[in-house]
Design a protein around this ligand. Structure first.
Ligand code: BES
Ligand code: MN
Ligand code: ZN
Length: 512
């Protein structure tokens, strides 16, 4: 990953390939953001005017390159747009800074070293710039033959290597708050990028077994305890949901328990992730056009995994247990059939009428198991329904739950960390559509409000009195469009920062 350094060097004396400054939309044309002063001075105060001549307006996502002023040891200046200018004395908000840093880092793929001289009003702003930089510089090139081809551009970044090093100008290497902000951003971004790698890894290389093995290695590196239930243990334990989904696949399912404990913890959180390493739909096979991105159906598990590791690396004073419900949903002679009845962990029976509604089956087992340990709250994360994607589009995830206060806290938190979400209801009138004529429940119900019906199904497995929230990330988990801000094409790692944010808040006595 991109190496970050805190630097008090002067813009003119630092040696780098490029120096990045911020430009914003003023009422009468582009205006420079704090941090650009020294560069502007070297252009005799004409940088904003020059940028305007070059067509720059200061809008979000805009990048403009120009030759550096004489005497500089960086050949190029890159101005990155910040959107609407804040009044003097104001402060650019964290998400704007993340986005701008991310755009700049992405635009600079192929460069070795950049100096970022962006507005750093406080340590939080520095953390945001650091986070945006590390997330924006991300590239998934594991399957590109090396060396990167000069012609035949790869879709996203022309086959260029990610920006190798960034000096953050104005960040004080001896300031405790500055150092802590960059260290936090680095831990979170590294784990989030690890989640993106997992999501982007094709299903032929990431089956439940491979995911569990990878999790073991990483967990041990960071002092996180891990237990893996294989198919035998799952059968012995009665995990009918996870087994029923994975039984058609040549690669058997797993349930992974990760646990980070702090000696000073007063509260415990359980995170549960849907980890379908490939969702073909099973015997209720998905049609062409609906299965091409289904390697991303383990994004919830990837987010949970990353969040537990990040909590451990940050040494938060809260206990966090992560549950990864891993299975591959495939059609075969041994697959669960539409009409089959599964006995779930905990004893409830479910008639499977559509094998493509598999996420709720693996989650039901994992939620029931997680709840046995009596955590103070449970959050599940899942690419659960196409319906949620239709409802909220590709950038927002839906937040549901059994406790409006907890649900709304997660929604607020997600917006604060830069992961857009929207609260959704779990209306009781939809519950009866999940009644089965022969079992306790059936796995599909009323089509209208399909995302809510899935949430209502999960609610049946949460014990009364345990605050529970359900994040349906089907929309934002995988970006099929062009990259934007610090979000790449492909796996996004959405929900990681919401989970980490929750753990941080709970550790410091908030939310619960
Ligand atoms: N993994 C899918 C949901 C999904 C769709 C995620 C698109 C990401 C992008 C899930 O397992 C699924 O197939 N859900 C069905 C449920 C239906 C059969 C009740 C759906 O949404 O169509
Ligand atoms: Mn499915
Ligand atoms: Zn699925």
């Amino acid at each position: 990953m991109t190496a970050l350094t805190l630097s008090t060097a002067a813009a003119s004396s630092l040696r780098a390939d490029v120096i990045v400054v911020g430009v914003a939309k003023g009422t009468a044309g582009p205006v420079l953001a704090p941090g650009a002063e020294a560069v502007d001075k070297a252009y005799d105060g004409k940088l904003a005017a020059t940028l305007e001549t070059l067509g720059a307006r200061g809008g979000e996502g805009e990048v403009t390159r120009l030759p550096a002023p004489s005497g500089f040891r960086t050949p190029v200046v890159l101005a990155v747009g910040l959107g609407t200018a804040v009044e003097s004395g104001g402060r650019y908000d964290d998400e704007t800074l993340r986005g701008a840093a991310g755009c700049a880092a992405r635009a600079l793929a192929g460069s070795k070293k950049a100096a970022f001289s962006l507005p750093l009003a406080d340590a939080a702003a520095l953390g945001a710039v650091a986070e945006g930089t590390l997330l924006g510089a991300y590239a998934f090139d594991a399957y590109k033959s090396a060396p990167a081809p000069r012609r035949g551009r790869t879709a996203e970044r022309g086959g260029k290597a990610p920006l190798a090093e960034v000096a953050l100008l104005g960040a004080k290497p001896r300031d405790k708050a500055h150092k802590a902000a960059v260290a936090r951003a680095t831990a979170v971004a590294e784990e989030l990028n690890r989640a993106r790698d997992l999501i982007n890894t094709p299903s032929n290389d990431l089956d439940p077994q491979a995911f569990a093995a990878l999790a073991s290695t990483a967990a041990k590196e960071h002092g996180v305890k891990i237990q893996v239930l294989d198919e035998k243990a799952l059968a012995k334990g009665g995990f009918g949901g996870i087994l029923g989904v994975g039984v058609g696949s040549a690669t058997p399912p797993r349930l992974v328990r990760l646990s980070y404990t702090s000696g000073k913890a007063k509260k415990s959180l359980a995170f549960v992730g849907k980890g379908i390493t490939y969702d073909s739909g099973g015997l209720s096979l998905k049609p062409v056009g609906h299965n091409e991105t289904m390697k991303c159906d383990m994004s919830g598990a990837a987010a949970v995994f990353a969040a537990v590791l990040a909590a451990a690396r940050l040494g938060l004073d809260v206990n966090v247990t992560g549950w990864l419900a891993l299975a591959e949903n495939m059609p075969s002679g041994s697959s669960t059939r539409p009409g089959d009845v599964l006995r779930m962990y905990g004893g409830k029976t479910v008639e499977v009428l559509n094998t493509d509604a598999e996420g709720r089956l693996v989650l039901a087992d994992a939620i029931t198991k997680a709840a046995e340990e009596r955590p103070d709250a449970i959050v599940d994360v899942a690419t659960l329904t196409g319906a949620m994607m239709i409802a909220l589009g590709g950038r927002f995830f839906g937040v549901m739950g059994n406790d409006d206060g907890f649900r709304d806290a997660l929604h607020t938190l997600s917006e604060e960390v830069g992961e857009p979400s929207w609260p959704m209801p779990l209306p009781d009138h939809l519950r009866k559509s999940l009644d089965s004529p022969i079992a306790d429940l059936q796995n599909i119900g009323e089509r209208r409000g399909g995302g809510l019906v899935a949430g209502i199904f999960l609610r049946e497995f949460v014990p009364d009195g345990t605050p529970w929230a359900h994040l349906d990330i089907a929309g934002p988990a995988f970006n099929e469009g062009a990259p934007f801000g610090y979000t790449p094409k492909g796996g996004t790692g959405t929900a990681v920062r919401t989970l980490v944010g929750l753990a941080e808040r709970v550790a410091s006595g908030g939310v619960l």
